[in-house]
Design a binder for this molecule. Sequence first.
Ligand SMILES: [Zn+2]
Ligand SMILES: [Zn+2]
Length: 109
Amino acid sequence: MMKKYVLVLSALVIMMAMGALEVDPAKAVQRDVTKMDELEHNWVEYSVDYNEVDGGTHEYTYWKNFIKRTRTCHKTHIIKTVVYYCDKHDHTKSETFLDETIHSHRHGK
Ligand SMILES: [Zn+2]
Ligand SMILES: [Zn+2]
């Protein structure tokens, strides 16, 4: 009796696992995009967004009064995100670019 119960339970778990695989959102999107790619899109720039991302710190050296000094400079990356909208299929896509890197200190290298 107990053995049968375990068997049913494991079958249920397998079915659930298979179901989870089928609804994997990443895979579903991937499939849709490939299908859509066969058709012609009408991508129109929809919105542009800028985000600041911490670029970490680095050290640079400079000369002052004939003494070599070291300073820490903090980098900030400006990430540009462009969202495109295709009215043919009513869907969007986004692209990200590194717009520029800002240094907290002016230095030669
Ligand atoms: Zn499209
Ligand atoms: Zn710097």
